[in-house]
Design a protein around this ligand. Structure first.
Ligand SMILES: Nc1ncnc2c1ncn2[C@@H]1O[C@H](COP(=O)(O)OP(=O)(O)OP(=O)(O)O)[C@@H](O)[C@H]1O
Ligand SMILES: [Mg+2]
Length: 349
């Protein structure tokens, strides 16, 4: 009864939101409604007036194509807030966009996920940004816990389960049992690092300059972490280092795999290190239940096969890897009144 009353109260007061404030993408889930927003974490800023020109999908389209005085900024780097003011503006814009549709009277309660390796200062910055966006109460949940819940892993059971969330800025690896994190590793190597590795490789091998967006497109269209049956070559259009003139070259899937190998090796090492720290009582569960991959990096061709090959543990990709974290955070929001004491830390202003 108590929970029904407070749920209705929550609606009148603007409902509750679950937010995955990611380095690459921000997703917002509204209680009782579902995922209402999914946009790139990008802001276009006019540097002459220091004002925000565009946010989200519109701002991402501007990357690399803007006039000199407009800069597309990604305010989160390596999974944490790199530019507080721009992050705050972005979050406020996104929250308003969702709330505008519901005609709320006052601020929502917000649960936002944060990387497991975050410092208390960084965590405070995330909370403050959510308060600045209009929240009346902010809670945080660790990203690997949210990813595991969202991927449907039985985190509250005594048996162990393992999740690897490969996002844009961070890879979060965690072993979970009985509602808690038994062992975890967070490394600042994920999708963005794969893009940078491609930019560097293309420059070194072909003397060609390409932007991060081109590199990301190559990664998605032809890239792989393990030999697969995907497409074999791609055409790259870039600028020659010496002359600055445009030039096209062909790059093969094998070359792209070689380009991305150093960051992939680091991701594999993070998973191995976490497995090594698994209590013996739970190892058997992991070898039978396997590892579940979430985050956009889980979609890299052959990522599952590569981890399975190197670690000898079954690996599968979650059903909706890009949505796992926000869906897991949403589970907390949907059961706010029963659950938040168990898995969520509240932070008073
Ligand atoms: N099909 C694909 N193949 C390879 N990589 C992909 C694919 N789709 C998306 N990605 C990559 O996934 C990354 C974004 O994933 P995600 O949205 O999970 O990150 P995030 O949650 O914003 O980041 P973080 O959790 O590190 O803060 C980007 O680097 C993107 O290039
Ligand atoms: Mg993420």
């Amino acid at each position: 009864m108590a929970s029904r009353v407070s749920q209705r109260g929550g609606d009148l007061l603007g409902g509750d939101l679950a937010i995955d404030l990611g380095t690459a993408n921000t997703l917002i889930y509204a209680r009782g409604r579902g995922i209402m927003l999914n946009e790139p974490s990008v802001v276009a800023v006019d540097i002459t007036t220091n004002s925000v020109v565009a946010v989200g999908a519109e701002a991402k389209r501007m990357i690399g194509r803007t006039p000199d005085h407009i800069r597309a900024v990604r305010p989160l780097q390596d999974g944490v807030i790199a530019d507080y003011d721009v992050t705050s503006e972005m979050l406020r814009y996104f929250v308003r966009k969702v709330l505008r549709r519901r005609g709320a009277l006052t601020g929502p309660r917000i649960v936002v996920c944060v990387p497991s390796g975050i410092t208390s200062v960084e965590q405070r910055a995330v909370s403050e940004a959510a308060y600045a966006a209009g929240a009346r109460k902010v809670h945080t949940i660790s990203e690997p816990m949210a990813a595991a819940i969202g991927a449907g892993l039985p985190v509250n059971q005594p048996s162990g389960s393992m999740v690897v969330d490969i996002g844009g800025g961070t890879t979060e690896v965690a072993i979970l049992a009985l509602g808690g994190i038994v062992a975890s590793t967070s490394v600042k190597v994920a999708g963005d690092a794969l893009d940078t590795a491609i930019v560097d490789f293309v420059r070194a091998e072909f003397s060609l300059l390409v932007g991060d967006r081109t590199a990301e497109e190559l990664k998605i269209s032809v890239g792989s972490a393990f030999p697969t049956s995907g497409p074999k070559t791609a055409e790259i259009r870039g600028r020659e280092v010496s002359t600055g003139l445009p030039r096209n070259v062909a790059i093969s899937a094998d070359e792209l795999r070689k380009a991305m190998d150093p960051p992939i090796v680091r991701i594999v090492a993070a998973v191995r290190a976490t497995l090594d720290r698994c209590p013996p009582e739970l190892s058997g569960d992991l070898f039978s239940g396997g590892i579940v991959l979430t985050g956009g990096g889980a979609l890299l061709r052959g990522m599952d096969a590569r981890l399975q090959h190197e670690l000898g543990v079954p690996v599968q990709v979650a059903e909706r890897p890009l949505d796992s974290v926000v869906l897991g955070t949403a589970t907390v929001v949907e059961h706010f009144d029963q659950l938040h004491r168990v898995v969520v830390d509240g932070h008073r202003r």
